[in-house]
Structure formats: C-alpha cells, structure tokens
Ligand binder design. Structure first.
Ligand SMILES: [Zn+2]
Length: 460
C-alpha cells in the first residue's frame, strides 16, 4: 500500500494587493516547490499560496504531478469514506498563505442559504454554492478591520468627524444616536435587535453615498487627517478607541493612497481595527464584515470562493447584497479574537517539553477545519500526532525538520507542504543546527475530522 505522506506542489496567484517579490511569504513558500519555470520577480505582487483541491489553483503531488483532487478521488481512504461522501470527494477546506501589501476589499462571505441563492442568480460573480467561514492566524504582525465597533464608538465618530456625518446625512445620524442612546451596552435581546436595525440604517445610508459626495468628503477627511489628527480623539466616549488618533490619521492617508476616494475610508470608523501578533487568530463566521490591511497570514476556510465586496476593490461590488446580509453584531474586538488551547493529540518528547515547545489548537465552531500550530524549539524536539479519521495538510513556516508517516521520512523546511492521509500517525522533528538557543521549527497543520462536531452548525 502507498504510504499516505505526499509532498505537495502549490501555486501562488498574483493579485494586485500582494507583497512584492521576495517580501512575499506566499511567493517564497511557493518557490520551494514550484515547477522549474517559476522564479520570483522583484516587482511582481504575490498574494496567495493555495493548498487544497479547489479547481481555481489545485495542488499537485510533487512526485507524480497528479492533482491532489485526482488522488483523493482515486483513493477514498486518503480522506476517509465518511468525509469523501460528505464533501463530494473534495477536500472540505482550503488552506492558504496570504501576503498583504495593500488592503483587500471590504467584504463578507454568504451563509449556505444565501450562497445558494447568489450562485443561482449570478454564477459569474458567485462561483459556487458553498458558505465560506474563514479563520486567520498571523505569521507576521497583521492589521485588519473586523466586525462593527461598539456603538458608543460609532456615535463618537459620527459626532467628531464632520465629513463622515455629512456622508451619512445629519437626519440619519441623529436618528441613530437617538435610538441607541443609553442602551449602547444593553444585552437585552429586544434592545440589541432594535440597535442592530438602527446600525443597519445608518451603515446602509453611508454605503449608498454617491461617488461625487464620497470624493468631496474624502478631500475634507484627508485634510483633517493631515492637519489635525486630534479630530479623531475619543473626546465623547470614555471607551478607549483603537487605533490612536495619530494611527487613524496615518491609516486614512495610507488607504487613500491605495484606493483614492473610496467609501472604505469611511467604513473605517464603523469597524473594529484589529492588530494580531504572530500566533494570534480571529474567526469570521458567515455574514461577518471584514477587510485585511497588511501582514502575512495563514488562512483556512471552507472550500469556496464566494465574496460579497463593497469597497477597496476594483472588482465587482454588490453593496445592496452586502448591506442586507450582514449580522450587524457590534462588539469589542477582543470578542472576535480566538482563544487557542493546548492540542491534546500531539505527544511531545522530553526535548520538546524542556524547550517549552508546544502544539496549540485553533478550533472554530464549524466542522470543515481546525488548525494546529506546532513550535518545536530545539534540535531533537519531536511531536507525534495521533491518527485522525480525516485528511491533514502541513506547511512549515520557519526552521527545518523531518516529517514521517510509518517508514517514510521526508525533509521539511520553510515553505514545504505535505498532505497526510486519514488514520495515519505522523511525527515531526526539529533537525535544526542546534547552535542557536532558539532554533524554532514551526508548522501549521489544517485538518478535518467529523467526530464530535456533528452538532455544530455555522451560526445561521
Ligand atoms: Zn474574507
């Protein structure tokens, strides 16, 4: 029988927002297994490395050059028959590395029902009928926008930032302020629901602004950012607002440089601004609004390419669908960040324990995927992963080591990607030089196992 450990060759795409040349982790990783005609061009943007079976950029077995899709369909045991049946012979998740130089579009991903409707109506812009919950783990410092700010902060900005209030409309802004006044932090269901309706009204009004009024408001906003960042200070609320006024002014200027006169500049004041340090993560369930601004990240999602966009993009925008679909949940950013836990199914050896090595689990409330990050901090540190009844993909983001399934052992270092089949025990070991005190070997493993997750559904 073939041993279910395959080194993958993964492609990188070249969207405009990607980091350039060698700056791009996605490009560097792709270069370690790319076909002989791939070389990194210094001025070219490299955005996303794709690991999986999605037909837009399918991964291949390096040795045989067969696609992973072909292999898992040929041999159902690689994914388990249960997962093969449930996901129509395709990998349930798509695993990616994103290298972000310029903001990605302001977007949300549809829930399953909406995805089916959108795909039936407009298959060109909505290429499949699947939902796309996604999880982001930073590998370098990351910044992005995610979910609506607490209401008191939005009220504050509507008062403090005149160009924003002008765009929204004074009456609409006052109506919003009246409705939420005194109940910004209430958790009572009826009140929250009323506040969400008010937020929907004010945000929809903003998003429907005409190009002319956006252009005029942008001029005023950029002038304010350049001459008096204090405009953005949190005078009207006792909550601490991030980013600081100075950072917010810098952000306005930077984003206007990337996307001049874009409604996204004003969406900034409605959404939480989030910074993730390496290893920190956030999960976006269906219909959550977000935009990524900069950094390198590991991303895992259900295997779908459905995006509803409304700003910071030259692509198709669907403002009407976006403003209707959003959850309008408002909460401090801390509530959107994930709490990784120790992964109990990877056994560390003594060297691993004594060097504070760790395997930690990012486990979103959906069945398609989870991710384990493993840091093995010294030569000889080893982690043994229990067999699971589902497929896994490993990528190494730092250092070097080896990876084994049964009698098969392969070298693994920065950028190398491996597929590990269902029911296989897998061992990874740091084989660094051992000279440095900290000689980290880091891998991320995405996997799917249905056991124990049957009762969980995605939000809606
Ligand atoms: Zn997204």
């Amino acid at each position: 029988m073939q041993i279910p450990l395959l080194r993958l060759q993964c492609g990188v795409n070249s969207y405009d927002w990607g980091k350039l040349g060698q700056e791009s982790a996605a490009a560097k990783y792709a270069a370690t297994t790319a076909s002989s005609d791939f070389s990194i061009e210094n001025e070219k943007p490299y955005a996303e490395l794709w690991m999986g079976t999605h037909p837009s950029l399918p991964s291949k077995d390096l040795e045989t050059q067969r696609t992973l899709l072909d292999l898992v369909q040929d041999n159902q045991a690689l994914m388990s028959t249960e997962i093969t049946e449930r996901y129509g012979g395709k990998l349930p998740f798509l695993f990616k590395v994103l290298s972000i130089r310029k903001a990605l579009s302001i977007q949300a991903h549809p829930n399953k029902k909406l995805a089916e409707q959108l795909h039936a109506k407009d298959p060109r812009n909505y290429p499949d009928d699947n939902h796309k919950p996604e999880m982001t783990i930073a590998i370098t410092p990351f910044e992005g926008l995610c979910g609506f700010r607490p209401l008191a902060q939005i009220v504050h900005f509507l008062k403090a930032v005149d160009p924003l209030r002008n765009l929204v409309g004074h009456q609409v802004a006052s109506d919003f302020e009246e409705t939420v006044k005194g109940s910004e932090d209430s958790e009572e269901e009826a009140v929250v629901s009323k506040n969400k309706d008010a937020l929907r009204a004010v945000f929809t009004s903003l998003m429907q602004s005409s190009p002319e009024s956006i252009e005029a408001a942008t001029k005023d906003l950029v002038a304010a950012a350049e001459s008096s960042p204090a405009t953005f200070a949190s005078g009207g609320t006792d909550q601490e607002i991030t980013p600081s006024p100075r950072e917010l002014a810098e952000l306005v200027t930077r984003l206007n440089g990337q996307f001049p006169n874009d409604i996204g500049l004003f969406v900034l004041f409605f959404l939480n601004y989030v910074k993730l340090s390496p290893g920190e993560a956030m999960f976006l369930k269906a219909d959550d609004i977000h935009a990524y601004i900069s950094g390198d990240i590991i991303e895992c999602m259900a295997s779908s390419d459905n995006v509803v966009r409304a700003g910071f993009t030259p692509k198709f925008k669907d403002v009407d669908t976006l403003t209707k679909m959003l959850t309008y949940s408002y909460a401090p950013i801390e509530e959107q960040k994930m709490d990784p836990t120790d992964y109990p199914y990877a056994m560390l050896n003594t060297v691993a324990y004594t060097s504070s090595s760790a395997a930690i689990l990012y486990d979103p409330p959906i069945e398609e995927f989870s991710v384990v990050k493993t840091d093995l901090n010294r030569t000889g540190a080893k982690a043994t992963f229990d067999p699971i009844p589902g497929p896994s993909i490993f990528i190494c983001t730092e250092g070097k080591g080896k990876i084994s399934v049964g009698p098969k052992t392969e070298e693994i270092k920065e950028g190398y990607v491996f597929f590990v089949g269902a029911d296989a025990e897998c061992i990874i070991e740091n084989t660094g030089s051992g000279e440095a005190d900290e000689d980290v070997f880091t891998t991320f493993k995405a996997f799917c196992e249905l056991t124990g997750k049957e009762d969980m559904v995605n939000g809606h």
